[in-house]
Write a protein that binds this ligand. Sequence first.
Ligand code: PMP
Length: 999
Amino acid sequence: MTIDNALQIAHSYFGITGQIKQLPGEVDLNYLIKTPSSELLTLKISAPNPSLELFDLQTKVLLHLQQQESIEALPFPLQAKDGSHIIWHENRAVRLLNWIPGRLWAHQKLKTPALYQSLGAACAKIDQALQGFDHPHAHRAFKWDNQQINRVEQHRQLFQDPEQAHLFDHFFKLIQQKAIPKWPQLRKSIIHNDANDYNIIIAGSPEEPQVVSIIDFGDVIHTHTINELAIALAYAMMNQPRPLRAALEVVKGYHDVFPLEAIELEVLYHQVAARLLISVTNAAINKKAHPDNAYLQISESDAWNLLKKWETINPAFAYYSFRSVCGMEPHPNANAFRAWCQKQNFAPILGKPFTEVPYTHLDLRVGSTDLGNNKHFESIMPFERRINKMLENANVEVGVGGYLEIRPVYTTDAYTVMGNEGPIWRSMHLGLDIWMKSGIPFFIPFDGVVEAVQNNAAERDYGPTLIVRHQAEDFEFFTLYGHIGEEVLEEFKEGDTVKAGQQIATNGIPPINGNWPPHLHFQLMLDLLGIKGDFPGVAFPDERSVWQSICPDPNLLIGIPKLEERSEPDQNDILRKRKQKLGKGLSVSYQQPLHVVRGFKQYLYTTDGRRYLDTVNNVAHVGHEHPKVVEAAQKQIGLLNTNSRYLHTEILAYAEKLLQHFPPELSVVHFVNSGSEANELALRMAQTYTGHRDMIAIEIGYHGNTVGTVDVSSYKFDGKGGKGTPPHTQIVPLPDTFRGRYRGEDTSAKYAAHVQKAIDEIHRQGRAPAGFIAESVLSCGGQIVLPEGYLQQAYAAVRAAGGLCIADEVQVGFGRVGSHFWGFELQGVVPDIVTLGKPIGNGHPMAAVVCTRDVADAFANGMEYFSTFGGNPVSCAIGQAVLDVIAEEGLQQQAEEVGAYLRQNLLELQQQFPLIGEVRGPGLFQGFELVYPGDNLQPAAAQAAYLANRMRLHGVLMSTDGPDYNVLKIKPPMCFNHKNVDMMVTLLEKVFQEESMRV
Ligand code: PMP
């Protein structure tokens, strides 16, 4: 059949003409026709001698659906000239269907929870509308019917690869044993039976995609209704790092439209596996028969990969999770268990009731100030000291708590996995911990039988665990004891009976328990989830409702009287109060603001146990809450904090240390408290020294939030709410060689000429310049690197006119640019005044102005200079610690090396995504600018904002800036490493592929 024949057929039977294009298909020949009136239609021509009944079935199903109000867009059949919906042309059946505009699921990159839900809803609507509808041919023998899974068995020999053979056998057996016996209880009806990724149509905005239709009714069949959802899940889960998370959204979307029954959820896991087995079997058969037809094996490797992942997911866990999203208690026995516990008298776990044990509730949450800095729990010795201190402060020997607590202890690389949207951590604790000295005995609360006793010391960090099986009315449950003494390995074996009140063991001594201070970990389980010998003690916080049900509150058996429920503040509440109490000019970052409660190194932590990679915060220069800086602050603040009118050696030691980093001409320092104050002081110095007032500054520069500094900050006065250039300021063009007034290399003379023009203008107005202020690399301007020689020429002009040159190093100083300690050194100049801020105190509010002896002396004209807080001993101690850490940890060198690696990676990304117009910046002060491809370099601000927001959802914090907000800035803490670059670039690559980033 040629494409012209096909068009001819459309014309003769349906009276349709237009442009025609062939589409892929398994059995039918499919064509897209665009009529002269731009209507889009699908022409479907069957293979020779098709099943008549099948076409009748498909057509009747679609005509039935067309009449249902709940059904919107489907490929409904159109009538031919003779009034029929199916035409017979020679020995082929021909149909014309309306075309559903949109894109295929298979090509969709951004998959939001709402998109998955809309898929579930689309399937549910079809299933619901087909309730009660029947057709004889829907009861046919069919290789794609889950109900006919046993047909795959005869093809078992196609799978010679040991892994494939294993997966096949494993799931085939599981289906036989666990699903098929329950089939008689399942609902049956006609279903679409093929919501695969090439049959799902998506429309809606790039940021809010929605499933609008399911096409191709060639596989409709009468089967268990749940198979519709099972099939949709099988494809929707493919290529997702956490397939079950994706599945749960689809299930929710389905259940919200057409409620699912518990028995259906019980077999859903197996029905998904059935579809995948059918899919790989049919692909293998096809491969043998038609080795060249790629379409026939289209999802084969994806299906195998999913089967592999599916095997790692416990079927019962999947079932409980499905129940959870359908609003049922996840574990069917959880409610009965809680009620049963209320009626029992359990033997006290410590040998006496907690009413007689002095104890305290320990707070080990992410935001716990009791727990404090990460260094307190990074290794066993300080961790133990910390726990002991918490007990000591409460004057007790026993600490309790931890059930469902989200802990920073678990947010290290050891507990991370890649989720569907960035890395996630098993940071939620499932047991209850009893912290006490090692060697204290504990006792079994209820009669039972030893299920498992195992030493985990070799693979894990918690020594032996004991699991006991208990019988409660008509169901069983389990108790787990972890971090316990090795004697348990001798004293108990599987199958031993234990009695309530019997001593089991003592809590373990630290070497047995790896990195943990002594404590007993006590946990309840209603299901062992097929795990032998041990059980997870931590879980992903986004699975809280499920784990809470599988692992009920251990305190139900222990009865600690006062265990406060510690909930985290509601985010919306924080936002609301913020709006009420704080100035409206204060903005918050990201569409979904972050509530961070902890920082360490290059990471920030939220209460929900996620660790974010911070690529923005150049203030936390040597790393958030660097222990050495924290310690310096704590030591000095406990001793003395006063002003600089007293003699103190700290201020001198710091001044000396800081000035060592400057060229000899810059030999005097004044300490202040913020970058704005530093620049304000620098302006006053220039004005006092010269006796003039006019300043020259760079377009889109930013120097601070005070009256004086806003007057030289074009970023502010030329931005929203600004009133334009003030009378005593001259603004020179932003030396942006990519998108500025002069482009390319060798433009520095042209840009610097504007400084001379500004001086001429000041002279023309009968005055002389006080000075010129410039950031050494412009930050708010969009990470603008000054062209080579710019500052040399600009400084020469300013100095010739009697003005002073101020370098604003508030953003870029302290080794960030890698090759040099200060940004101005990149330009080979020595300023008269240098201002320092942000990184100087690693987050502690302090700043400084460094200048020449001449300038300092001229400024000391009799008027006292005093800043209450500037140069206080605490700030000076912190400032020294920062300088020490930069040197000790070789951070300038690291900025250079990691910066080069980052640059190389970003340049490679640019090759892939032409939206990246330029990558620029020295060391760890980089940026990339998004512009529409083409010569006019239109800024792509919406894409920049989208990128920053998506990266935040993936766990990487980035910010946008520049006059058009189209520049992504990368200026992380200097401990940022190669692995961090890799993760960031991997995620950037993912987000860059999403629909919203396409131009
Ligand atoms: N100068 C530059 C270059 C800055 O980026 C900033 C702060 N963004 C300041 C000065 C002002 O510093 P502060 O906010 O500490 O007053």
